[in-house]
Design a protein around this ligand. Structure first.
Ligand code: GAR
Length: 201
């Protein structure tokens, strides 16, 4: 199976979905490490419970962003991943990291990119008043949520939604999409032509 490292900052429900899928050899991907920027990320507990190795690379332990980014890259590289999946990782990956894992880093985002990038995709979509939002799995590039789209799924906004209810419905769809995409990418690879991504080597 293709080795995958997952980056998490929070509760890690997307990570949990990947961990639920990876025991099946037919899935094609295996989470071999989970790395967080926060020692208190719930996702780390989930990983440990699943017997997956974890590491914390906290910005406060480094003199500047570049040093943190380089340390993150080194830690992730130590797991020898084929793919890196950012699943609720709330920091921008810098040049040293992306150079090392170029076109092998996937991110999941709770909006239909290029609409509503950034840390508050659900809140911003609600505030804008869109009737349809959703989630996106994309390749990470140097921008904020600007990399080529791999897959998207729509979720309707309901009249009485608030950020929490809408995010919960998005996350249900998002987990299934992420598990599907990571498995397909692991099994078949990706072909990138300009901004267009096709699954398959
Ligand atoms: C997910 O909805 C993910 O798309 C979002 O954080 C949530 C993490 O949930 N990420 C971003 O907003 C990144 N800009 P989880 O910790 O339960 O997987």
């Amino acid at each position: 199976a293709a080795r995958v490292v997952v980056l998490v900052s929070g509760g890690g429900s997307n990570l949990a979905a990947l961990l639920a899928a990876h025991d099946d050899p037919a899935y094609g991907a295996r989470v071999v490490g989970v790395v967080s920027d926060r020692a208190d990320a719930g996702g780390l507990t989930g990983a440990r419970d699943a017997g997956v190795a974890t590491a914390v690379v906290a910005p406060a332990d480094f003199p500047d962003r570049a040093a943190w980014d380089a340390a993150l890259a080194k830690t992730v590289a130590s797991f020898g991943p084929r793919w890196v999946v950012s699943a609720g990782f709330m920091r921008i990956l810098g040049a040293p990291f992306l150079l090392r894992f170029d076109e092998r880093v996937l991110n999941t985002h709770p909006a239909l990119l290029p609409a509503f990038p950034g840390a508050h995709g659900v809140r911003d979509a609600l505030a804008y008043g869109v009737r349809v939002t959703g989630c996106t799995v994309h390749l990470v590039d140097a921008g904020t949520d600007t990399g080529p789209v791999i897959a998207q799924q729509a979720v309707e906004v309901l009249d009485d939604d608030d950020e929490a209810t809408l995010h919960e419905r998005i996350k249900t769809v998002e987990r299934a999409l992420l598990v599907d995409v990571v498995g397909r990418v692991a099994r078949h690879g990706l072909t990138i032509e300009g901004r267009r991504v096709r699954l398959g080597g």
